[in-house]
Design a protein around this ligand. Structure first.
Ligand SMILES: [Fe+2]
Ligand SMILES: [Fe+2]
Length: 181
């Protein structure tokens, strides 16, 4: 598969997880009950799929090859912003893990922190993928050679294989299970 299309397809799965995350957040605000197993599935989607499977392709392979092109300052600034946002997203995931136990044992302030983290996550991820889809990926498709695209495709496939050959279908099914409630 063409590597930018590979990333765009992952964005579609990520975009599908956003309304699921928002309704999960509303369930928590309404007082639950939330099953720990479902909470874990949601965290697993954002930490494994969004961060390890998707962001690593961008950070380890796509962004460096764009910068190596002697990209303009504009690209460098965009990439700095995107990497910074990946770090914030990861920090929200850490908080969602940290406050899970106190939330499940009834601490109201932990519940508020979880709700606030879910809000911050969804508020940031939507414009983040939009910026990549509408600005960075089209620019990269003009900038990169066929050989560079082929190399990216190879590395992306290797990441999917390392995280499990069924990684794409596994996380797609996980979202379906989360939707069922
Ligand atoms: Fe990204
Ligand atoms: Fe992305």
């Amino acid at each position: 598969m063409q590597p930018l299309e590979h990333l765009a397809q992952e964005h579609r799965l990520i975009a599908k997880a956003v309304p699921i995350t928002k309704s999960f957040r509303d369930e928590i605000e309404a007082g639950g009950p939330i099953r720990p197993r479902r909470y874990w599935w949601l965290i697993d989607f954002w930490s494994t799929y969004a961060d390890i499977v998707h962001h690593s392709k961008e950070e380890q392979f796509l962004f460096p090859v764009i910068v190596e092109h002697g990209g303009t300052t504009e690209f460098e600034e965009t990439i700095d912003k995107l990497v910074e946002e990946h770090m914030y997203l990861l920090a929200y995931i850490a908080e969602l893990r940290r406050f899970a136990r106190p939330m499940f044992t009834g601490d109201p302030s932990a519940r508020e922190r979880v709700i606030s983290c879910l809000d911050k996550y969804t508020d940031l991820i939507e414009p983040h993928i939009k910026l990549e889809d509408t600005e960075l990926f089209p620019a990269a498709s003009q900038l990169l050679s066929k050989a560079e695209m082929d190399e990216l495709a190879k590395e992306f496939k290797a990441i999917d294989t390392r995280t499990g050959t069924q990684v794409q279908s596994y996380y797609s099914s996980l979202l379906d299970k989360l939707k069922e409630k």
